[in-house]
Design a protein around this ligand. Structure first.
Ligand code: SF4
Ligand code: SF4
Length: 95
């Protein structure tokens, strides 16, 4: 998704390709088309478009994906961005 950009290289999304079994769930559920499949493994195609919603991690059958906060809550996601930018723990949790 080219219209939505995160702060460059700040997204917490991590993919363990060794653990990935190539089911494609992450590629299917991601609303921002972050993933591609290559050689039967998921790859992160566009990290800076990740909104850290956590849908990919919740739908990965082998826990190959981690992302924080990954709660699907806009308040928690924006709060974590503000905390990261300011270096302070100003906003906590989700609503
Ligand atoms: S956290 Fe959400 S936006 Fe980011 S890669 Fe996973 S499904 Fe896509
Ligand atoms: S959901 Fe998990 S196992 Fe399936 S392709 Fe994505 S990373 Fe691999």
């Amino acid at each position: 998704m080219q219209d939505y950009r995160y702060i460059e290289s700040l997204a917490t999304l991590k993919l363990d390709q060794q653990t990935c079994i190539g089911c494609g769930n992450c590629n299917t559920v991601c609303p921002h088309r972050i993933f591609d499949m290559e050689a039967k493994k998921a790859v992160i195609r566009d990290l800076d478009a990740c909104m850290e919603c956590g849908a990919c991690a919740k739908n990965c059958p082998v826990d190959a994906i981690s992302v924080t906060p990954g709660v699907g809550c806009a308040a928690a996601i924006v709060g974590s961005w503000i905390n990261t930018i300011t270096g302070r723990n100003v906003l906590k949790g989700c609503c």
